[in-house]
Design a protein around this ligand. Structure first.
Ligand code: ADP
Ligand code: MG
Length: 563
């Protein structure tokens, strides 16, 4: 008899496992989606390897088999994919940190509510098996390897890895389904119909057959009420990826459900974009605009990118080159037949074809947003509140490049009903004698509205953009103008509001009060550069203005920035 040392899970893994075992999550059934998606990934990896290294493996020979043994309470999920070596079993299943799908938000996420959030937000992966199973066995033989290995665990205690016999390359996962308890039912996972339903619901688009032996009852021939059972192997999934279906076949619900499963979101997306292109680039793309920003969106941890498929084979999970930064919030996938698989994944990043696709996707995303802005303003403003900042950064960082593309997607608050307006709307309301697009910066719309500097401009009947994000003014500076109308800060020294006669009059008045202003300037002891007679004030006696291009608010921002 051989005794094996049990290995302990790494701390993070242990916590996740604990969470899974004690999960109160109502969608326990997703364990099957996770295991099937891992199997499908393993098939993709093997097929990809075969294509790039000419191993001669045919796609039709790849698949996933489900089997149920009710008497022993076992479910098995078998794939003939790439398999795992001993080290891979150790590293992939023993250390959760290696799983791309899971990262803890912070160190105190152990309340039940947070558990659900975590489970909902991420692909929980392999460990979700422990939501329904008391024991998990993984037998695997890696492609190109002689020996197979068995990973076994009953949960938090740890796991063992031993040699085992397995003829075929690939992975077989066996779950021992938990016994029913008073609160929870587990027996249903041993029913064919339930498994069939779960596969249909979550894994229909998997591009490899998911097969199971299903029993049917038939009326026995020549009798009227005697039945006989016969069994046959059935493919449970339709295997047609949703992005290859035609738009007319699909309803919003189909798109939304696919999104929620694939990108682990609770909420429906704000919009989906399903495009097919032929010509310089041939591809199918399915993209989504989420309704909420991921928690790490405005941090440097966030990774943008679309999934990239070549003829249905996944080649990259997050291809950053398919999305410009200002549309980094878009989720989705692109399937193109044009990409040569014979180049490495790293090389792919420089593929010319990708650039063409990126440009074309960029146009599709812009068109969708423009359409939304025109036809469904409420929804667009919802989008804007979540991702508008990113678009404004895009204008700012683009050094002019993003300007043309993004200028008509911008929204700013304005003195006109204190609502969000587009630049186009602003310009359409400009007075005949109005030269500039005026703006004022501040913390809130109300505070800006009360600034003395806004008074005279408003009095002239000119609309003012109210900038409340620190990036706003930088974005406008970068744009310089909108359709040849220049932007001008209401706190700029020279607002150019008066007629030539008024100008003369001011000059004369300033001359009269010259001595008084010099005295004031001296008294302020160098705190101001100059004291001048101002034309922009109405009911206020004094205000501060700036001389240069920047408004006072922007100077404040700059002075707060680390040098
Ligand atoms: P993820 O799929 O997000 O990477 P999982 O927890 O689902 O995270 O899986 C962890 C890792 O275990 C996978 O990345 C993969 O390397 C490996 N793995 C899981 N199941 C299989 C399988 N059926 N065949 C080969 N490798 C697998
Ligand atoms: Mg997975």
């Amino acid at each position: 008899m051989i005794f094996m040392a049990k290995k302990a899970f790494k701390a993070e893994s242990k916590r996740l496992l604990d969470m899974m075992i004690n999960s109160i999550y109502t969608h326990k059934e997703i364990f099957l989606r996770e295991l099937i998606s891992n199997a499908s990934d393993a098939l993709d990896k093997l097929y990809f390897k075969s294509l790039t290294e000419n191993l001669g493996i045919e796609r039709k020979d790849l698949g996933i088999d489900l089997a149920v043994d009710k008497d022993n309470r076992l479910i098995t999920i078998t794939d003939n994919g790439i398999g795992m070596t001993k080290d891979e079993l150790e590293n992939n299943l023993g250390v959760i940190a290696n799983s791309g799908s899971f990262k803890f938000k912070n160190d105190n996420t152990d309340t039940e509510k947070d558990d659900i959030n975590v489970i909902g937000q991420f692909g929980v992966g392999f460990y979700s098996a422990f939501m329904v199973a008391s024991e998990v066995t993984v037998e695997s033989k890696a492609y190109g390897s002689e020996q197979a290995y068995k990973w076994y665990s009953q949960g938090v205690d740890g796991y063992t890895i031993t040699d085992c016999d397995k003829e075929d390359v690939g992975t077989k996962i066996t779950l021992k389904i938990k016994e029913n308890t008073e609160e929870e039912e587990y027996d249903e996972y041993l029913q064919d119909y339930k498994l069939r339903m779960i596969v249909k619901k979550y894994s229909d688009y998997i591009r490899y057959p998911i097969r199971m032996e299903v029993s049917h009852q038939h009326l026995k021939e020549g009798t009227e009420n005697e039945y006989e059972t016969h069994t046959e192997i059935e493919t449970l999934n339709s295997m047609v990826p949703i992005w290859n279906k035609s738009k007319s076949e699909l309803k919003d619900e189909d798109y939304n459900q696919f999104y929620k499963e694939k990108f682990f979101d609770y909420d429906d997306p704000i919009a989906h974009i399903h495009t097919k292109a032929e010509g310089t680039a041939t591809y199918n793309a399915l993209m989504y605009i989420p309704s909420k920003a991921p928690f790490d969106y405005y941090s440097k941890d966030y990774e943008k990118g679309l999934q990239l498929y070549s003829n249905g084979v996944l080649i990259m999970d997050k291809c950053p080159d398919l999305l410009p930064d200002y549309f980094s919030f878009v989720k989705g996938l692109v399937d193109s037949a044009d990409l040569s698989l014979n180049i490495s994944r790293e090389m792919l990043q420089h593929d010319r074809q990708l650039k063409i696709i990126e440009k074309s996707l960029e146009r599709s995303i812009k068109n969708e947003l423009t359409k939304m802005l025109r036809n469904d303003r409420e929804r667009y403003e919802k989008f804007w509140k979540v991702f508008g900042l990113q678009i404004k950064f895009g204008v700012y960082n683009g050094f002019g490049a993003g300007k043309e593309l993004l200028k008509d997607l911008l929204l700013f608050y304005s003195s006109y009903e204190k609502k969000l307006v587009t630049l186009e709307e602003y310009v359409s309301r400009m007075k005949e004698d109005q030269k500039y697009i005026y703006f004022a910066s501040g913390e809130t719309v109300d505070k800006i509205d009360k600034l003395p500097q806004t008074e005279l401009v408003k009095d002239k009947g000119y609309e003012i953009l109210y900038l409340i994000d620190s990036v706003d003014e930088f974005a406008l500076q970068m744009m310089v103008d909108y359709n040849e109308k220049q932007f001008k800060s209401v706190s700029a020294g020279d607002l150019d509001l008066e007629t030539p006669e008024e100008k003369e009059e001011m000059k004369a008045k300033a001359e009269e009060s010259k001595d008084m202003f010099a005295f004031m300037k001296d008294s302020l002891g160098g705190k101001v550069k100059d004291v001048r007679l101002s034309k922009i004030l109405k009911s206020h006696a004094v205000c501060l203005t700036s001389d240069g291009l920047l408004s006072i608010e922007m100077e404040k921002v700059l002075s707060q920035m680390p040098a």
